[in-house]
Ligand binder design. Structure first.
Ligand SMILES: N[C@@H](CCC(=O)N[C@@H](CS)C(=O)NCC(=O)O)C(=O)O
Length: 202
């Protein structure tokens, strides 16, 4: 098994954190997005969409999509559970995971992709849309701060994949100056807690 990874990118970081929480070690291959290695023919044969992370299985198949990769590892090694402990818990974890990905993470990366020089000339950028994404991300952070007033972690009292997605997204927000406001004390408390876990440096 082999993980196609990129140290600078937030989606592969989600998988690395997930693996670190489970104590699973997987050899990694760094893909340099800046040098467009993710768009060369060799990589496109693994993932025609040209995105990382990609997990190469021992039978030669390639599994892309962060949550699909995490789900595979959860199946291989259920402990500690990061996707829920029973049907109802798994459903709530899924709800929060999707909210963190679609409402927060994607807004932050949407701002980056549409406004940052990194993607200039690589993708059709719409800076005005990037600013819309910034507004959405800022609103979602305020909402999340309110949500965290009543609980320790995003999906409840236990650390889950929803925390991983939110952490990777919020930390990546630095590159476009999106972050936790000084008044957002619940979010700051949560961020400190999840950042102090050894997995955060994975
Ligand atoms: N839906 C995919 C998104 C993966 C993705 O967008 N990866 C980014 C890095 S965080 C990438 O490979 N970007 C390279 C590019 O767009 O050229 C997932 O969940 O894994």
């Amino acid at each position: 098994m082999k993980l196609y990874d990129s140290r600078v990118a937030p989606n592969p970081r989600r998988v690395r954190i997930f693996l670190a929480e489970k104590g699973i070690e997987v050899p990694t291959v760094q893909v340099d997005i800046g040098k467009r290695e993710n768009l060369d023919a060799t990589f496109l044969a693994k993932n025609p969409l040209g995105r990382v992370p990609v997990l190469e299985l021992d039978d030669g198949r390639h599994l892309a999509e962060t949550v699909a990769i995490c789900r595979y590892f959860e199946g291989l090694q259920p402990d500690p559970p990061l996707l829920g402990v029973d049907a109802v818990d798994a459903a709530f974890v899924e709800m929060w995971q999707r909210r963190m990905e679609q409402q927060l993470f994607d807004a932050i990366t949407g701002c980056f992709r549409n406004t940052h020089d990194y993607f200039k000339g690589r993708i059709p950028q719409v800076p005005a849309y990037g600013e819309v994404c910034r507004g959405v991300a800022t609103e979602r952070l305020a909402w999340l701060d309110g949500e965290l007033a009543g609980r320790r972690f995003i999906a409840g009292d236990r650390y889950t994949i929803a925390d991983i997605t939110a952490l990777a997204g919020i930390d990546f927000g630095r590159v476009v100056k999106i972050g936790i406001a000084p008044s957002q004390k619940n979010l700051a408390r949560w961020h400190e807690a999840v950042s102090s876990r050894p997995s955060a440096s994975a």
